[in-house]
Design a protein around this ligand. Structure first.
Ligand code: ADP
Ligand code: ZN
Length: 293
């Protein structure tokens, strides 16, 4: 399978990224377009792969989405607030036009897989990848398999302890209110509290201490629940470089010496694949895995 071409589809809530890669998972062609109406958007995907034929495609989708290959609804978008997409079966639509092996999982599972095969966790047997962006999501891998079964994990909506300086904020999660991680630590929660987007907030703003407190709980909970060999933090909000040190320090405070971890600088890390490319690499690798089945 040395000269094989592989496909990647990142089906995001705001944009779609389609790519062609080689068997070393290097990108050869890429196209980005905004997520519009389902029919029109999926037609753009099909058009791209008709012009750039590949042997198999890995798809990382926004969710919630049915990820069980044994389910009749495999590939179907579930209870999303993006109403036009609710009930749309991405995989089934693509299958009608692309007669090649397709594999679909969540966007964060794809990112986790990319870091697992060619990034920060390349020497590990397990890892958890989180994105902190418009939403928060997590994907966990154990020996090359995604944790899950009854649909996929929803680590972004776990419940966390509030920071003393952040008791009155009502959160932005429409489902779980104030104590939901995504509700108080996603990018939109920064805007809701301060009136400014994360990228505009100064480094010395108090909000970063509060945010680090929540993200550190998220990482500690992952350590307690899954005992992964590494925790990788990606997404737009993590582009705040100072945030990582605050998260590591708060993680150690909260853990209070209980569970063993390696040096936190090696345990809690940014993605090693540059340019937001973890999911693309993961999708190529998942496509190859599907092809070799
Ligand atoms: P998405 O989650 O939609 O795929 P991103 O991971 O880029 O996309 O996350 C977008 C969110 O991250 C927005 O809420 C944005 O304000 C926030 N964000 C983007 N860049 C930064 C930054 N440098 N610092 C803090 N927040 C950021
Ligand atoms: Zn929630």
């Amino acid at each position: 399978m040395n000269n094989v071409l592989l496909g990647s589809i990142e089906a995001g809530g705001t944009k779609f990224v389609c790519a062609v890669g080689d068997s070393s998972f290097n990108v050869q062609e890429q196209v980005v377009f905004p997520t519009g109406e389902p029919e029109e958007t999926l037609a753009q995907v099909i058009e791209f792969f008709s012009a750039h034929p590949v042997a198999a495609i890995g798809i990382g989708s926004f969710g919630p989405v049915e990820v069980d290959p044994a389910s009749a609804d495999y590939g179907k978008i579930l209870a999303t607030p993006k109403l036009a997409w609710r009930g749309v079966n991405i995989l089934a639509s693509l299958k009608k036009h692309l007669a090649i092996p397709l594999f679909l999982t969540t966007d964060v599972n794809s990112s986790a897989y990319g870091e697992y095969v060619k990034g920060a966790s390349v020497n590990d047997h397990s890892c958890v990848y989180f994105t902190v962006g418009t939403g928060i999501g997590g994907g966990a891998i154990q020996n090359g398999q995604f944790i899950g079964g009854y649909t996929h994990a929803e680590m972004g909506h776990t419940f966390i302890k509030r920071h003393p300086l952040d008791q009155d904020f009502e959160g932005v999660c429409p489902y779980h209110g104030a104590d939901c991680l995504e509700g108080v630590a996603s990018g939109p929660s920064l805007l809701a509290r301060t009136g400014q987007k994360g990228e505009q907030l100064p480094e010395n703003h108090e909000i970063w201490t509060i945010l680090a407190y929540y993200i550190a709980q998220m990482v500690l909970n992952a350590r307690l629940n899954f005992a992964p060999e590494r925790v990788i933090l990606g997404g737009g909000v993590m582009q705040q470089e100072h945030l990582m040190e605050k998260i590591r320090a708060t993680f150690e405070e909260l853990n209070n010496g209980y569970v063993e971890v390696p040096d936190v600088r090696e345990y809690i890390v940014n993605p090693a694949i540059s340019g937001n490319g973890s999911a693309t690499v993961g999708n190529f690798a998942l496509a190859l895995r599907e092809l070799e089945k």
